[in-house]
Design a protein around this ligand. Structure first.
Ligand SMILES: [Mg+2]
Length: 340
């Protein structure tokens, strides 16, 4: 039985399951729509109007990049381990980087420098909390994949926020990364709790003790900022602000994601982060059929969203509340190679 959130505002109630599917499919669709604009300066590429394909990686329509691949590794780990297990998460990221696990292709592509360095550090030391805390490593690679964590802990805001921070630490240990992930987790769980207006969704930001580096987020500058002020770079705070700007200044999932994609630069990740929020807010039905219809591994992604909902701690469906050790729910591997 799907769980129904009883919304009291004018917007029709959206089933929690549809918010979950919207969030994870929304991440992947955002990644795929924004992918062709990645690495292009704003205004220096043909306007993105839908799921077009192309770009540096010569993406097929519906094909996504590292953002979604890492999110699927994280979702799979939460499901296999019955909760947060950083070691298992890093092992799955390693398999993605080395063997193409959950990639759309035989090999991984789009692997960022910060993630690559953290995987090498993990390989060397065995410590899964391998993210550097150096300020110049505050990339958005921890934010782009976050959705499954917020989904798994959707009914416990504090647990979601803490788990979000822990999930960042595997590859991104800088303060701005940890704080940005706390912030996004708060926004997503507010959506999952049935919020129907954007003021309500953003209200939690004010209650989070965010560091100075997130001053523009705390002050919610994005509400009134002109497009020229929004920087869709790989810096985690820029990325979060850009995603929030797109969400705030749009009226549908598609409109939000297209705004994000057309910012250029780190367009796939801006759109993937915006897609998580807009997908959780507008629900699965907000994603255009012709986008979802061509999305790579659509059934796997929707299935993981359903699995995360069924696996929520204290959920009557399963009643799991603690890790019972990981089971590898994909092919067993004997070891891990060296990242490409
Ligand atoms: Mg990418």
């Amino acid at each position: 039985m799907p769980i129904r959130i009883e919304d009291s505002v004018a917007t029709p109630p959206i089933e929690l399951l549809h918010r979950f599917e919207g969030c994870l499919l929304g991440l992947a669709c955002g990644d795929a729509v924004g992918g062709p604009a990645e690495f292009h300066r704003r205004g220096r590429f043909p306007e993105i109007t839908g799921m077009g394909g192309g770009g540096k990686f010569q993406l097929a329509p519906g094909e996504w990049t590292d953002d979604t691949a890492m999110a699927l590794c994280l979702a799979e780990s939460l499901l296999a381990c019955g909760g947060m297990d950083p070691l298992d998460q890093m092992q799955r990221y390693w398999r993605w980087a080395n063997e193409g696990h959950h990639s759309t292709r035989a090999t991984a592509f789009g692997l960022g420098k910060t993630v690559a360095n953290s995987l090498m550090r993990f390989h060397r030391t065995g410590n899964p909390l391998a993210g550097s805390s150096a300020p110049d490593t505050a990339g958005n690679g921890c934010l782009m994949r976050l959705a499954p964590v917020a989904m798994y802990f959707w009914n416990d805001r504090q647990a979601a926020i803490e788990a979000a921070e822990l999930s960042a630490r595997t590859t991104h240990g800088a303060d701005e990364c940890l704080a940005s992930c706390r912030c996004l987790a708060d926004i997503l769980v507010t959506c999952f709790a049935g919020a129907t207006d954007k003021e309500q969704i953003l209200s939690g930001i004010a209650t989070l003790a965010l560091p100075d580096g997130l001053g523009r987020i705390t002050a919610q500058v994005f509400r009134d900022a002109p497009r020229e002020q929004i920087r869709a770079t790989g810096y985690v705070v820029d990325c979060l602000e850009a995603a929030l700007w797109c969400f705030w200044h749009s009226g549908s999932y598609a409109e939000a994601v297209l705004l994000a994609a057309n910012l250029g630069d780190d367009a796939d990740t801006t759109a993937a982060v915006c897609g998580q929020i807009a997908g959780a807010y507008y629900g699965r039905q907000g994603i255009p059929d012709d986008w979802a219809g061509v999305l790579y591994k659509r059934d796997l992604i929707a299935g993981m969203a359903r699995g995360l909902l069924a696996s929520t701690p204290e959920s009557p469906a399963l009643g799991t509340s603690a890790s019972a050790g990981c089971r590898d729910n994909s092919a067993e591997r004997s070891g891990y190679g060296v990242p490409a």
